[in-house]
Design a binder for this molecule. Sequence first.
Ligand code: ADP
Length: 468
Amino acid sequence: MSSSPNSKPLRKTIGFRLTAWYSTIFLFSAILLFGFSYFYISISLKKQDRRAISAQLKQLASLYAVGGLDYVERNVTAPRKFEQEKPFLVRIGNPKNETQLLILPTQWMEFDIKRLESISGKNGVTWTSLRSKNGKTAFELATTRLPDQSILQVGKGVRDRWKILEHFRRYFLLILAPLVVIALAGGSLVAFRALRPIRHIITAVRSATLGKMDTRVASTGTDDELGELVTLFNEMLNRIETLIEAMRDALDNVAHDLRTPMTRLRGIAELALRSDKNPEGCREALVKCMEESEHILKMLDALMDISEAQMGAMKLNCERIDIGDVVNHIGDVYGYIAEDRGVSLNIRAPKGIWAHADPTRLYQVISNLLENALKYTPRNGSIDVDAAADENEIVIAVKDTGIGIPEEELPRIWDRSYRGDQSRSQSGLGLGLSLVKALVEAHNGRVCVSSRPGKGSTFTICLPAAEP
Ligand code: ADP
């Protein structure tokens, strides 16, 4: 029953404990059921005997009332058709309890008859259980006083009753051995079946610890707790696998993207070292190095943010925010830059558009789009930022009259480090839109673009609206 034979002793396994519990409960229930049935049958048989004795007692009392002792004797001793044996002891004693009439069936021979004289009934019926001399059988005796104070006793042997109960006990002992086997087999089967998903999970965890992340646990096909555990476990493995792959990709990307600026940095330093430049030249090289390292740091920050957002590992401090406030604030900040560049910036964002989002990240998203619009829109152009909402969705659109994006470039602008042909003259890392997309998707939103070269572009962000 152990999942791995070499790991732990059998009695410490859940399988063993489940089997032991199941078997014990099963056997205990069987014994309890037997005990109850035995008790019930025994009581019923006793009641049945007493009912027969009572009926006989009543009949004899009536006979006595009609015709006295002789009449009773005649009636009781008269041979009756088909009657094999008289099962009842009948004794009538005078008020001093000296025997006047005694009819004794054969089974009563084993009994000390003298003892009957010591039992004198009170009013009503007195019940007595008497053991035979050899103790092998017993008798049920009812004693009552007749109206003239004579004593009437009617008795019946309990041998038949005992026989039935003895059979019952014997049969139970006979089936006890198969019951133990059934209990153990049933317990093992139940434990084996119940723990199957757990064993599969253990195997999967073992493979995962050895680095094999593609192992999955076979579905139980049931809707119970174990089925749910298996589903959740597989989902967790999927998530871990995706995260590991994303981390691997992120590392590859960072290494790849940083290689060029790092090489450039090294080149500048090497060149400065090799040439015997004057202090002014060295200073210039140092400034270039600083600029390059600044560029690398920005790049590293952006790459890390993109990876975290794409992996779902980014910590978002979401709160209920008014998009109108955020957009207007950004508009205020970029208003001066737009004016400087001779571009008109029009913000239309009414207050009361509520979203559940991280304000810092949302600020970053809209700023990036606005910076791009400013970068790629020539003088005398215009930029419109509109925010609107319906019941379910908030839509923020950044529209410019800039250079636009050629159709073949459109699908690639969201890629990391991609820069359009026309944009080479502008500064940039090629990471802005990747970050925008990753951040918007981390907020369960989506972003899309429509553009016409030479006419302008519109970037649209859709975010789920906050609960009212
Ligand atoms: P960067 O702007 O630093 O080059 P981005 O990721 O922000 O990088 O943008 C990727 C590319 O998408 C840009 O190089 C440019 O070709 C194109 N692009 C983005 N925004 C605009 C825009 N508003 N107008 C025209 N082209 C744009």
